[in-house]
Ligand binder design. Structure first.
Ligand code: 5GP
Ligand code: MG
Length: 193
């Protein structure tokens, strides 16, 4: 599932990046696979599927994923949860900073997040959506850290399991930078000023 540096292209570099963990090509392949599999699992839910991307980190993932999903009648409702901020690279607990999707009764909710770390974000959203009468709640993350807190948090769909390092790119930021990189990688120490 992991890609080797041999597959990296010119897109997969930036002067502030130390190491590429997931190349743009590997992301594209995996997002397509996830969309096919999830599309099959939700075949019964056309018209009653609400996809909830967690902003801002899952912006790029969500944009690629919903275009690859076979279901063409779905609702897209954004929510915002803050855990890291600015130059912090350790989570400070999750707080809802945006509004939550409304009218979830009878809808199947699929949460999309960039990365599963402490699990606080998914636990918070899952309980909110269940309390609001969703027919079902599942989660899909592009990345999951190989640490106990993440591996033990329920999550139905995972793109890549990665080592416990602070990563940027494909939606993930450091001090609001690097979200636009098409790949996922670690930062050089000098870039973490
Ligand atoms: P959790 O709530 O599971 O602790 O963390 C989820 C959120 O923390 C992610 O959506 C992301 O915003 C942030 N986060 C966790 N690990 C990383 C990381 O390695 N890099 C960046 N940029 N953000 C992270
Ligand atoms: Mg986030």
């Amino acid at each position: 599932m992991h890609d080797s540096p041999a597959n990296h292209t010119n897109e997969d570099r930036h002067e502030d990046v130390e190491r590429v963990l997931v190349s743009s090509a590997a992301i594209a392949r995996r997002v397509a696979e996830l969309a096919q599999r999830i599309g099959d699992d939700y075949a019964h839910a056309d018209g009653r599927l609400t996809v909830v991307p967690v902003m801002t980190g899952s912006l790029l993932f969500a944009a690629d994923f919903v275009r690859a999903l076979p279901q063409r009648r779905l609702r897209l409702q954004l929510t915002t949860v803050s855990s890291y901020g600015g130059k912090n690279t350790a989570t400070r607990g999750s707080t809802l900073t945006g509004s939550l999707p409304k009218h979830l009764e009878g809808h199947h909710v699929l949460i999309l997040d960039d990365i599963l770390d402490s699990g606080g974000t998914l636990r918070l959203l899952r309980s909110e959506f269940e309390a609001r009468g969703a027919a079902s709640v599942r989660a899909c993350v592009l990345l999951r850290k190989k640490i106990p807190s993440a591996m033990s948090t329920p999550c139905e769909y995972v793109g890549f399991d990665i080592d416990d390092e602070f990563v940027v790119g494909y939606g993930l930021d450091y001090d609001d930078l690097y979200r636009n990189l098409p790949f996922v990688g670690t930062l050089r120490p000098e870039a973490r000023g």
